[in-house]
Design a protein around this ligand. Structure first.
Ligand SMILES: [Zn+2]
Length: 217
C-alpha cells in the first residue's frame, strides 16, 4: 500500500495543505505465526513511513502509518500519525482549567488566522495566571512585577510576559495595529512556555522531589 500525497495542517503556511511524498520506507512487520508455513495467511501488523513536503512552502513532514492485514487478502490502515513536526513540546499538565481554556482559545484563534484575538487571549492567560497566584497590583504591569517579587517567575519570564502584555495592549487599544502572523506565533509560543514553567514543570518538580524523599525513607 502506497500513497502519493497527504492532506496535513502545515504550521508554517497555517492552513490545510497537500503534502507530496518524496520518500517512503517500510518500518517492518510483526506477525504471530509460529512457522514459515503459517506466515502465508497469518495476520500481521506493520508500519510504513513517509517523508512529505508541503506543496506551498516545502515544510517537511514525517508520517507513520500503522497497517493491519492478511497477506494476499487485505490490508487496512489502522492509524496515521504525524511524527514531525510535533504539535506541542510539553503537555500543559497542572495548568488550571480556566487558564488552559484561555490558552486553547488562543491556539484555536491562531489556527483560524485570527491573530488579534490570539494575542488578546494570550494576554488573558497572563491575567488569569496573576489571579491564580494571588498577584497584587492595580494593573497587569504591576501584577507581573508582583509575581516576580514573589518568586513565581524569574527575570527572563518577566520580560517575556511584559512583551506579551504590550502586544496585547496594542491589539486591544490601537485600531491601527495589525498583529502579524509571526508576532501571534511568537506570543502564543512564549505564553505556552510561561504556563509550562509556572505550572507544569513546577508541579512536576514537586512530585519528583516528593518521590525522591519517600524513596529515601
Ligand atoms: Zn506549508
Amino acid at each position: 500500500m502506497s500513497q502519493a500525497e497527504f492532506d496535513v495542517f502545515c504550521p508554517s503556511c497555517n492552513m490545510l495543505v497537500a503534502a507530496k511524498v518524496v520518500a517512503e520506507g517500510n518500518g517492518g512487520f510483526r506477525r504471530d505465526a509460529v512457522s514459515p508455513l503459517d506466515a502465508v495467511d497469518a495476520e500481521y501488523h506493520g508500519e510504513h513511513y513517509y517523508v512529505c513536503l508541503c506543496g506551498r512552502c516545502s515544510q517537511p513532514f514525517l508520517i507513520r502509518q500503522s497497517l493491519f492485514g492478511v497477506p494476499a487478502e487485505f490490508e487496512t490502515i489502522t492509524d496515521e500519525k504525524i511524527l514531525y513536526p510535533s504539535e506541542k513540546k510539553l503537555p500543559l499538565d497542572g495548568v488550571p482549567n480556566t487558564i488552559k481554556s484561555a490558552y486553547d482559545q488562543a491556539a484555536r484563534s491562531f489556527s483560524a488566522s485570527l491573530f488579534e484575538p490570539c494575542v488578546l487571549m494570550c494576554r488573558k492567560c497572563l491575567e488569569a495566571t496573576c489571579r491564580n497566584l494571588g498577584a497584587k497590583g492595580r494593573d497587569l504591569n504591576f501584577k507581573l512585577q508582583s509575581l516576580f517579587d514573589g518568586g513565581h517567575i524569574d527575570s527572563r519570564l518577566l520580560n517575556w510576559a511584559h512583551e506579551i502584555r504590550l502586544i496585547g495592549n496594542e491589539a486591544a487599544h490601537d485600531p491601527d495595529t495589525k498583529v502579524t502572523k509571526h508576532d501571534a506565533r511568537d506570543v502564543l509560543d512564549f505564553t505556552e512556555a510561561i504556563l509550562i514553567y509556572v505550572f507544569s514543570l513546577t508541579s512536576r518538580f514537586e512530585a519528583f522531589r516528593a518521590r525522591r524523599a519517600s524513596d529515601k525513607l
